[in-house]
Structure formats: structure tokens, C-alpha cells
Ligand binder design. Sequence first.
Ligand SMILES: [Zn+2]
Length: 578
Amino acid sequence: MKLNSIYHILLSYFLLAILSNFALQGQTVFNPRSPINHPILLSGSFGELRATHFHAGIDIKSKNGVTGDPIYSIEEGYVSRIVVRADGYGNAIYVSHPGSFTSVYGHFEEFAAPYSDFVKQTQYKLKSFELEIKPEPGQFPVTKGQLLGKMGNSGTSFGPHLHFEIRNTKTDRPINPLFYGFRPPDKRPPVISGIKITQFTSDSIEYNSQKFIASANGNGKYKLKTDTLIVDAEKTGIEFSGYDQMDGVYNKHGIVELIMKVNGKIVYQYRVDSFSFEEAKHIYAHVNYTSFFQDKSKYQHCYILPADPLKIYRNSGDNNALISLKQNEKQQIEIIARDFNNNESKIRFWVKRSSKTVTKPSPLIYNYILDPGKPALVNEKSAILYFSDSAIYARMFLHFTQSNSTEKPYQSPYIFINNGFKIFKEKVDLFIKYDSLTPEKLLKTVVVECGTGSKLNSYGGDIFDTYIHAKINRFGTYVLFVDTIPPVIKSKNFKSDMTGLQSVSFTIDDNLESENRSNELRYYGYIDDQWVLFEYDKKSKTITHRFEKNLPKGTHTIKIELRDGKNNLTVFKDKFIK
Ligand SMILES: [Zn+2]
């Protein structure tokens, strides 16, 4: 056995000992069982890069690709939290165990009886489908292996699976569950798909990047088409694209450890074993979002932005792992990608600065330079942007302009905030001037983002002097829009004779997408003028009411009131026989 792998095994055991509080708790040995009865195969791994966060758990596949597999508590304890949401983890249960461990189970199809009854009672009491309950320790004790519910697809889930987490109860930090023995078979090394060279000005402002496709060279080794990359800039950052693969599944998983060496010396090391939820949202500092939004390719930085608060970096060399290039001097770059089982892949190449002297790097169109740590107020004719001192991760160019005129159906010129595509560290205040709007229209005015999908993306809006204000989280094109269009309710299976049907479903939709839940649809459903529970599945835009067994035979009325973020109302009303 190589020294290297012995070192890694020792490191894993050492980490396990710390993470499990083994040394501190003494008598408590956390030795959980599997949450399912079939072998564990994963469709998602811990720490993998999602669009808006690092994945805080593992996604466990169903036995046969359908919902309904029983899910069990991995250890004794008590149910400490029950959450029902139309998105996110959907129907979720949290179990607290001795020794400061909490296990989290998401996307249930249905909860086991004591929890489902309790949830339904609470939903009727609060007249709300979505809820979060924190039962007292004595209310729902569980034994090891107690049934919690059935595997499902509720919330933001695209196929039946169990989202499973282990957290430290005291800190609420998720830890890779693979440390506790939930080990799927994995002898396959990661795949390296590409390398990106991002160029920086001499004062460390990013200005462009170039992609190079990697190909396998056998034995876990990868190469680029040309092994020496010529770069114009004095400073460059290396970015990596790749994924892990596990035995018996086709899914692409996250890389657990990434190491970059320059001329044989480690200058960057990333390893994701545990993080806080506060950290998880700072994936925007770790991933190149310009390329993600251009072509969905995920490149992760092998350098660290100055105001990146993530603590998953073990090593950042000098200069945050940015590489200073000299003319005609090759520097050797080696990147090593590892999975949890220490299967590894490597790529090696050289970078060299071209003989060109870069006076003005291109493309470089900007009218402001922003610095992290310094608040900034920038002003255009029709708009103001306010950046707090913690709004950005790195020094950046900002191109802040507006169009010459107002085009229908909008109420302001287009406001352009760009230079590549960046997501802010903290939301930024955008104020857009309105001209002649009636008070009623003013109340319905929202800031919308254009050009990201088929629908306008609403950020909401409140009146601030002669401006409409909203908090935005990224570069883009923004404009004012008066939203007087009510949302839409469409029947999925409603008919005047509902005899023999178990449930009634409708789709609900709006003309605007909702950013930051600012244009959240709110609905109330009634049968015979009594509030009834409609379950909401956001991904399919569906609300469903399951008829009660005690609903008397005969004619009934049904009414649904649906409101968008600006209080535009649609009412569906009809009669049916049951
Ligand atoms: Zn998940």
C-alpha cells in the first residue's frame, strides 16, 4: 500500500472520530442502521455542486425506480422537526439521536400514521398546507428501525428518492453520511471533463476565460489537446470541470477532494466533508456562474476569491492560488480529483505567458470598479444600485447602463447590470425610477428580470420616493412592469360528477416567475364553504385535494381563491356531485 493511501485512511478515521464526537461522548457510539431495506445506491452525493448550494446530504435511490419503499429511523431518538413544503425537501422528518446527531429524511410520499395524522390536524388548525412543526422530545419517540414513512418525490425532487442527511445537532452542520457506514460501492475514479483558464488583470480583476476539453489517457490520467497553454494575462486562475462516478449507477456525482499543484507544490486543496448552511449558499464564490449560465457547464475555481467565506479550502498557497505568469517561463499544473473512496484522476499541463504585452484586456467594457469591503452607490439616469460592504466576493468590473426609451409593456427603460454573469454575495438594492403611474398601478409595479426564461422573473417591488425598490441577487437586465394580470387556475380532473374519484386537482400558474419567493402564489380551497387541505406540488404547479371519507353523498360546492404576489385574484367556483 502506498504511503499516500495510508495517510488518507488515517485521515478519514481521524475525521470520523472528531465528527462523531466519539472522544467527547465516551459511552455513545453512533452505529446507525440503513434508512432503507435495499442496498444503498446514490443518485446524488454529499457536497456536490447544485445550482444554488452545495448538496447537504446523499440522495438514495428507490429499489425499483418507483415510490413507496419504507424508510426507517437509523437510530433511536425522537422526531424533532416535521416540515411540509411545496418545494425544497417536500415532506421531511428530522430525528434527534443521542450523541448530538440528527438524521434528516426528505421527499416522503407520505408520513407513517402518527406523523401524518398529526400533520393533517395541524394543517387544518393553521389552514395551511406548508408548515414546520417542532415536537417536544417526549411527543414522538422512535426506536432504531421504526418506520417513518414511504419514499417519494415530494418537493424539489425529480424522481423517487430519499434525501438523507446527518447533522450535528448542536451546530446544525451536515456531515457526509458516508462517514457513518452508508457506503455505496465505488471503485470508479472521477472523470475530468475540462479545464478553464481565467485571465485576471495585474490588480486581480477577472476579465475573461477560455475552455479546454480534457480527454482520458488511460489509468486515471487525463490530458488536454495541447499540453502547453499560452495565456496573455499576467495572472491566471485555473478552473476545473469534472464529476465522480459510482459503481452500478449512471449518475454524475460531486468531487470530494480537489488538489492543484504548481511546479510540484500544492497551492490549492478543496475537500468537502462538512459545512454549515450559512456556507452552503456561497457556492457562488466557488463556481464560475458565467459558464454555468452560458452552457450549463460547471467549472469550479481552483483559486479563492478574496471575500469567499467558505471553509472547505485546506490550502490556498500565496495569492489565493492565482498563478503569476512570466513570459517564456512554463509552469507545470497538476490537478488531482478524488472521490470519497480515494479513487483518483489526474491531469497535467503547462501554462506560459505569451510574448504580447497586454495594455487593455478585452472584452473590457465597464464604467465602475467595485471592491469587496467597500460599500458603493452607483447612479444612472433612471436607476440606483447600492452595494453593501459585503455584497461581492472579489474586485469586479461593473457595466451599468440603460436603454434610451421605455418599450411596451414596461414602465421604465431597460436597466443593464452586467459583465459576464455574476451572483452577488449579498443581495443588492436596485431602485428604478417610475414616471406617471396612477396610485393603483404603482401598488402593482414590480422589478422584473428579462431574458432568463420564457417568463419574466419578478423580484417584487416596494415604493421608495420616486423609485420602485427591489433586492436583486445577480447581474442581468431589469425593468419595471405593472402586474395587473391575475394568476390562472385550470382543472386537471374536475367534472360535475366526481363520483368514484379519490381526489380533485388543478394547475395554478402566473404570468411572472417568482424570485426569492417574492411572487409566491397563495391559495385557499373550500368545499361547502369550509376550508379544506389542498396539497401543493410546485414543480408540477399542481394543487390536489383528497376527498374525505366522511363527505356526505350529494351536491357540493367547491371554491378556490388564488392570489399572486401583487394580490391579483382569480376565483374558481363550481358545483359537483360526489
Ligand atoms: Zn438531495
